[in-house]
Structure formats: structure tokens, C-alpha cells
Unconditional design. Structure first.
Lengths: 121, 107
């Protein structure tokens, strides 16, 4: 069974940093691109960042560019999102999602349950 | 960036009703469109991809159509478990973008 399990969320002060992780299982991790999508309380879905299967191509939303770094360790079947200079508007549930191909222009077919990030003093 | 505009933002319907949600892209996306269903407190669930292809395990009462910039999601006969929020998403170009969502509520 394909599974994604996010971790690393929590309460952080404005300006702080956090690293989210997403442990994948049940598929050949390196063959698929991955994305992070977030959802602020009571709001819609917002794509945050994506990475190719090999990890050589990364993509970012303008809202997080320069503050966030996506990476993956294919030997550990794990996706990461390093976030810094966090703002109140980064408060959201962060989902990792598997794409259906190795590159960016594929849709997301499997989602994790999400991890909650709260930015507040 | 490609903007995705969904309508309506919410609707009220009864069990058995036919429901249609529209999604318009700000430029052509060559059918690179997915639809997701999300229930409160849960992750989104893929319903359709490539505008009209049903994901495995999704009931056939869900269907999708469209071409170019205009797409629709139709639920042919609304069931109790279909009350949720629905999102369209284009994966034609970076950044991938979502519509703002359509909340389907019980009348």
C-alpha cells in the first residue's frame, strides 16, 4: 500500500525555522516527483513546492521562494521541506503528495494526512 | 501563473440531484486538469485526471469534461458521502495551481 507520513510540524515563533519530513512507502520513491501543498485554516489548497524524482529539479511558489527549500533523500524514501523566516501567513496544514510521474507536469494521486505548522508568538 | 477560477464557490443540493461544478483556466491547459474531493479534517482525494479520466475506485457517478480553458465536474446523482469541498487543479505548467474550491452542502 502506498503511504505518505508527514512529521515535523509544530508551533514556531515568527522568523523561526522548521523542517518538515515525509516518509514514503509502498512505491519506488525515486521514480516519482513529489510536492508539498498547504492549507491555511478555513482556506483552500495552495501548492508550495515540487521536486523531480531524481531531485535535480525543484520548483517553488512565489509566496515561499527564498524562504523554503525542498529536498529528498531517495536512499531513505523521505521528502523534506526546510522552512525559514516563517510568517503568520505560513500557518497551515502541510501535505506531501506523490505525483504520477518523474517530472513536474503530472498530477498528484496520493496524499499524506498532513502536519500542522503554527507560526505565532 | 495560470489562474484557475471555480464556480460556484458553494452550492446546496439534495440527495439524488445532478450537480455541476465549473473550472476555468486563464489560458489553455491541454486537459491537464485534476479534480479532488476533500472532507473536513481530511487530505484531498483524487477523483479525476486528464480532465475526464476516472481514478480507480471512484464511483462512476463522477464525470469530467472540458477542453482548452473550460472544464466541468458533474455528479450525476448526489449521494450522502458526496457532501464535501471540490477542487480543480492544473498540472500543465509550474506553478501548479488550484481553484478556490466549491463546497457542496445539503439542502
Amino acid at each position: 500500500e502506498v503511504q505518505l507520513l508527514e512529521s515535523g510540524g509544530g508551533l514556531v515563533q515568527p522568523g523561526g525555522s522548521l523542517r518538515l519530513s515525509c516518509a514514503a512507502s509502498g512505491f519506488t520513491f525515486s521514480s516519482y516527483a513529489m510536492s508539498w501543498v498547504r492549507q491555511a485554516p478555513g482556506k483552500g489548497l495552495e501548492w508550495v513546492s515540487g521536486i523531480s524524482g531524481s531531485g535535480d529539479r525543484t520548483y517553488y511558489a512565489d509566496s515561499v521562494k527564498g524562504r523554503v527549500t525542498i529536498s529528498r533523500d531517495n536512499s531513505k524514501n523521505t521528502l523534506y521541506l526546510q522552512m525559514s523566516s516563517l510568517r503568520a501567513e505560513d500557518t497551515a496544514v502541510y501535505y506531501c503528495a506523490k505525483l504520477t510521474g518523474p517530472f513536474y507536469n503530472y498530477y498528484m494521486d496520493v496524499w499524506g494526512k498532513g502536519t500542522t505548522v503554527t507560526v505565532s508568538s | 501563473d495560470i489562474q484557475m477560477t471555480q464556480s460556484p464557490s458553494s452550492l446546496s443540493a439534495s440527495i439524488g440531484d445532478r450537480v455541476t461544478i465549473t473550472c476555468r483556466a486563464s489560458q489553455g491547459i491541454s486537459n491537464s486538469l485534476a479534480w479532488y474531493q476533500q472532507k473536513p479534517g481530511k487530505a484531498p482525494n483524487l477523483l479525476l485526471f486528464a480532465a475526464s479520466r476516472l481514478e480507480s475506485g471512484v464511483p462512476s457517478r463522477f464525470s469530467g469534461h472540458g477542453y482548452g480553458t473550460d472544464y466541468t465536474l458533474t455528479i450525476s446523482s448526489l449521494q450522502p458521502e458526496d457532501f464535501a469541498t471540490y477542487y480543480c487543479q492544473q498540472y500543465y505548467s509550474s506553478p501548479q495551481t488550484f481553484g478556490q474550491g466549491t463546497k457542496v452542502e445539503i439542502k
